[in-house]
Design a binder for this molecule. Structure first.
Ligand code: GLN
Length: 480
């Protein structure tokens, strides 16, 4: 029996001729068929295309010309361009829109013979923490279908959680990969800002946006990162730094003791779910027992991070989303009388409530009278947050904290509670604001059986150490 949750096992089975890429694709199509109507994950499944590609890749395998990802089947969040395929950011305003080109990540994955099995739902324009802000309805958490999968990359998380594909690409601006990974009991990586090209990612808040990876195995994540990361001529914010062979070093977490910081407040802040605080206490104990030095670190700026994120990300969103005017892309209101009403009606009818809220908030903080009070101030505080966080890494190798203050909530439970919904990102926005890499890994289960994620943050461009440490933590948990 092939372990469909690990690429290593799929690769071995292909190598030993125990299976074919066609059979693997059929397997996933079957799981999608069984589960998609309940979980509402895939907006489109590319059945025929995936099957055709599988045959081609099987041929390449027999000829010895297949790429490094032959046999890997993935899904794409509905914000990543895939030429000739629908792309809507789960919004009505992009109704009928088709990608005109491939995102750089897609080009790089396809060149290594990945199979993209479909496009999965998310919060509209990646704005949300529950997947409920989608024009296509909420995605459900596969382990607890009455609960949310988190957001905004909820479809990506559930496609991996439910075994509908091996791995998924999402985007993380303020937590949209890590938070759903935590809610869905899988691993989620937000890399350093600029580690992966954003070319072909629909922009939400460009100075925070990153493409991220969901998987069940650290090794699969490392290999995928190695392939998609790196400089890109068409994205000047993509770093020129060399990309290490991440997949070769995930076992390199040597036995030497590490210096680990933990967020002091994560143990005693009563607003954090007690079982999550317990997970932190247990993790700290385990690491100490292994000889690592684990020390509390105060982060007074935490309370300012969410407001800074919501000021800056909405400001950037209001600019980025101005291009959806009813003329160039997707939906156009049928009732417009003149140019101005065409803009107004298209945007009123095309955008959902949360997106409109953020466009208005962003426009407000950028307006002449308030620019300095909000936008400029928030930029200054962002700088302080980054400096403070970088300072921590002068003394520590890693910084651990919970991924979320609470576990997955029920669908509809936070409806209308905008601020409480925003609080779901309390612990994920710091790394986003500072541009640092962070991973969420499944670390415990609550008494109700709900997944609890541990977040590990590392210094800039230290994905290699981060992945190795995550792998080590997973082994510790399994008692290996
Ligand atoms: N949940 C956060 C928000 O609503 C993060 C979104 C994201 O990372 N794309 O903004």
């Amino acid at each position: 029996m092939i372990d469909f949750s690990s690429f290593a096992s799929i690769r071995t089975a292909l190598h030993d001729k125990k299976t074919t890429v066609s059979a693997i694709v059929s397997h996933y199509l079957q799981v999608i068929e069984q589960k998609n109507s309940e979980l509402n994950v895939f907006l489109e499944v590319y059945t025929q295309e995936a099957q055709n590609r599988a045959l081609e890749i099987d041929k390449k395998l027999s000829e010895g010309t297949a790429g490094r990802l032959a046999g890997m089947v993935i899904s794409l969040k509905d914000v990543i361009c895939h030429k000739g395929h629908g792309l809507q950011a789960s919004s009505k305003i992009l109704e009928g829109f088709e990608s005109q080109f491939d995102a750089t990540v897609v080009t790089r994955l396809l060149a290594e013979d990945v199979i993209i099995i479909g496009r999965v739902g998310c919060d509209e324009f990646a704005m949300g923490s529950s997947n409920e802000n989608s024009a296509f309805g909420a995605v459900r958490n596969a382990d607890h279908p009455d609960r949310v999968p988190g957001g905004s990359s909820g479809g990506s998380a559930v496609s991996v959680q439910a075994g509908m594909c091996l791995l998924s690409l999402g985007s993380d601006t303020g937590g949209s990969v890590r938070q759903p990974a935590a809610f869905c009991n899988i691993i989620g990586l937000k890399p350093t800002y600029g580690r992966i090209s954003r070319y072909g990612l629909i922009a939400y808040a460009s100075s925070f946006d990153t493409i991220g990876i969901f998987s069940k195995q650290v090794e699969d994540m490392a290999l995928t990162l190695e392939i998609i990361a790196g400089a890109d001529d068409v994205d000047s914010t993509a770093s020129q730094k060399t990309v290490p062979a991440y997949s070769q070093s995930i076992d390199a977490m040597d036995k030497s003791p590490r210096k680990i910081a933990y967020l002091a407040r994560a143990l005693d802040d009563e607003s954090i779910n007690p079982e999550i605080r317990q997970m932190m206490a247990d993790t700290i104990e385990t690491l100490k027992a292994q000889g690592h030095s684990v020390e509390p670190v105060d982060f007074q700026l935490l309370d300012y991070t969410l407001p800074v994120y919501y000021i800056l990300s909405t400001a950037e969103a209001s600019t980025n989303l101005s291009r959806f005017d009813g003329i160039r892309y997707g939906y156009r209101s049928p009732d417009a009388q003149d140019l101005e009403s065409l803009y107004k009606k298209t945007r009123t009818e095309g955008f959902g409530q949360e997106v409109k809220r953020r466009i208005m908030l962003g426009t407000f903080v950028l307006s002449a009278d308030y620019y300095d009070a909000y936008f400029t101030k928030a930029q200054k505080v962002r700088r302080l947050i980054r400096e403070k966080m970088l300072e921590v890494f002068k003394n520590y190798d890693f910084w651990i904290m919970p991924t979320t203050p609470d576990t997955a909530f029920k669908i509809g439970e936070l409806k209308g509670e905008t601020v409480n919904m925003y609080l779901a990102d309390l612990f994920t926005v710091p790394a986003s604001t500072a541009g640092l890499p962070a991973i969420s890994i499944p670390q415990a289960k609550s008494s109700e059986g709900l997944a609890i994620g541990l977040q590990v943050v590392a210094n800039e461009f230290e994905e290699e150490q981060l992945l190795a440490f995550t792998n080590y933590l997973q082994k510790l948990k399994k008692g290996k």
